[in-house]
Design a protein around this ligand. Structure first.
Ligand SMILES: Cc1cc2nc3c(=O)[nH]c(=O)nc-3n(C[C@H](O)[C@H](O)[C@H](O)COP(=O)(O)O)c2cc1C
Length: 395
C-alpha cells in the first residue's frame, strides 16, 4: 500500500477502496460469484480476446458518444445495472446511484431487491428510470409492484429470467452472510465492528434498511437468511415464456429480458414481444462454468439485432470494454460491480468520477478508432486477438 494519496482512476482502484470501507461479508457479497467463480474470471478476461482497430488521419473533431437506449436519450451507451441491497453498500445507495446516473445522462435501474423504494428515487430525480423485476409466485403481488413502479415513473421494465433458484455463492457461506449458526453470527458481528466508517455512515445513518419495494415480504436485508427464504418461497421457478407473454400484455412500457445467453432464448424473447434482450449471466452469480457474456454476444446480436435491441452486462470494467461490446452488436451495456465499488469506495463523488472516466475513455477511444458517432462503432473497428479464429467467433 502506498503511503501517498492515490487518485482512483479505475474500477479496480475503487474496488480496493470498497474493500477497506465495507464489512467483509458485504464486500464478498458484491465481489463474489457462484461456486468456483470460474465464470467471474471469464466475464472479464474474455474481453481480451478482442482487439480494437486503430485508424489514423480521420477527422475526429466531433466525437459524440450519445445514443438512444430503450427510447431514452443517453450520453453514452451505458446504464447502471440492478443491484439488490445497494443501500447497504453506501448510504441510500440506490438513490445515490440514480442521482449520479442522471447527472451523467444514463439510465438507472432499481432492483426488486433494492433498499430504496421506487418512490424515494422518483422524488430524488424526477425523471423516468428503469425497474427490474423477478417473477414472484403471487401474480397479484407482481401486478401491484408493476403498478407501483409505473406510478413512480418507471417506463422500462428489466425482467430477469436467470434466477429460477439462487446460485450458490460460497463466499456467503464462508463468511457468515448466510447461515444461522452462532460462529457465523459472531464472525459477522466482528466484521461489523471492524468497519467503523461503514457502521456510522451506512449502518446507522443510512437507515431504514428494509427492502423498500418489498417491505411487506422481507423486512431485514442485513439478514440474508430472510432474503434467501423470500427467494425460495416467492421466486417462481415455474416461469416460462408463456408468463413473459402475460407480462407483456400487462406492461405498457418497454420490456427488456435480462439473463439471455443463447440464440434460441433470445429469439423466444423476441417472439413474445420483448423490446430488448440483455445478454447476461447475472455477473457470474448464477450458473458457474457457463461461458462469458461477451463471448455469447456476437451470435445473439447477429440473430436478433435487426429485430430488437441487444444489451450486454458482465465484466465491463472500462470505456474500451463498452466500445468492444458495441462493436460486437450491443446497443449498450450495463455495469454492476463497478458502480457499487465506486460508491462504496468513494461515495457520490466517487461514482461521478468513475462514470466520467468511462465517458472520457469512450470518447477518446472513438477518436482513436477514427469514428465520430456511436453507430460507426461496428464490426469494422474490432478483430479477434487471434485473427485466424475470426470465423469461429462470428466476426
Ligand atoms: C451485489 C449484486 C447484486 C445484484 N442484484 C441483482 C438484482 O437484484 N437483480 C438483477 O437482475 N441482477 C442483479 N445483479 C446482477 C447485475 O444486474 C448484473 O447483471 C451484473 O452485476 C453484471 O456484471 P458485472 O458486475 O461484472 O458488471 C446483481 C449483481 C451484484 C454484483
Amino acid at each position: 500500500m502506498s503511503i501517498f494519496y492515490v487518485t482512483p482512476v479505475t474500477a479496480e482502484d475503487y474496488r480496493r477502496r470498497a474493500r477497506r470501507f465495507l464489512p467483509r461479508f458485504l464486500f464478498d457479497y458484491i465481489d463474489g460469484g457462484a461456486n468456483r467463480e470460474s465464470t467471474l474470471g471469464y466475464n472479464v478476461s474474455d474481453f481480451e480476446q478482442y482487439r480494437l482497430i486503430q485508424r489514423v488521419m480521420k477527422n475526429v473533431d466531433n466525437v459524440d458518444s450519445s445514443t438512444v437506449l430503450a427510447g431514452h436519450q443517453a450520453s453514452m451507451p451505458m446504464a447502471l445495472a440492478p443491484v439488490g441491497m445497494a443501500g447497504l453498500f453506501a448510504r441510500r445507495g440506490e438513490t445515490l446511484g440514480a442521482r449520479a446516473a442522471q447527472r451523467i445522462g444514463i439510465p438507472f435501474t432499481d432492483s426488486t431487491m433494492g433498499v430504496c423504494p421506487v418512490e424515494e428515487i422518483q422524488a430524488a430525480i424526477r425523471q423516468p428510470f428503469w425497474f427490474q423485476l423477478y417473477m414472484l409466485r403471487d401474480r397479484e403481488v407482481v401486478q401491484a409492484l408493476l403498478a407501483r413502479a409505473r406510478a413512480a415513473g418507471c417506463d422500462t421494465l428489466v425482467f430477469t429470467v436467470d434466477l429460477p433458484v439462487p446460485g450458490l455463492r460460497l463466499r456467503d457461506f464462508r463468511n457468515g452472510m448466510v447461515g444461522t449458526g452462532l460462529p457465523g453470527k459472531l464472525s459477522k458481528m466482528a466484521q461489523l465492528l471492524w468497519s467503523p466508517r461503514w457502521l456510522l455512515d451506512v449502518g446507522i445513518n443510512g437507515k431504514p434498511h428494509c427492502l423498500g419495494n418489498l417491505s411487506e415480504f422481507v423486512s431485514n436485508p442485513n439478514d440474508l437468511n430472510a432474503f434467501k427464504t423470500f427467494v425460495e418461497t416467492q421466486f417462481d421457478p415455474t416461469v416460462t415464456w408463456k408468463d413473459i407473454a402475460w407480462l407483456r400484455s400487462i406492461w405498457p412500457g418497454k420490456l427488456l429480458i435480462k439473463g439471455v445467453m443463447e440464440v434460441d432464448d433470445a429469439q423466444a424473447a423476441v417472439a413474445v414481444g420483448a423490446d430488448g434482450v440483455i445478454v447476461s449471466n447475472h455477473g457470474a452469480r448464477q450458473l458457474d462454468a457457463v461461458a462469458s457474456s461477451i463471448s455469447k454476444l456476437p451470435a445473439i446480436a447477429q440473430a436478433v439485432g435487426a429485430q430488437t435491441e441487444v444489451y450486454l452486462d458482465g465484466g465491463v470494467r472500462n470505456g474500451l470494454d463498452v466500445l468492444k461490446a458495441v462493436a460486437l452488436g450491443a446497443r449498450g451495456v450495463m455495469i454492476g460491480r463497478p458502480w457499487i465499488w465506486a460508491m462504496a469506495g468513494g461515495g457520490e463523488a466517487g461514482l461521478d468520477n468513475l462514470l466520467g472516466l468511462f465517458q472520457q475513455e469512450i470518447r477518446a477511444g472513438m477518436a482513436l478508432l477514427g469514428v465520430n458517432r456511436i453507430d460507426e462503432v461496428n464490426r469494422d473497428v474490432i478483430e479477434l486477438a487471434n485473427a485466424h479464429a475470426q470465423g469461429k467467433a462470428g466476426l
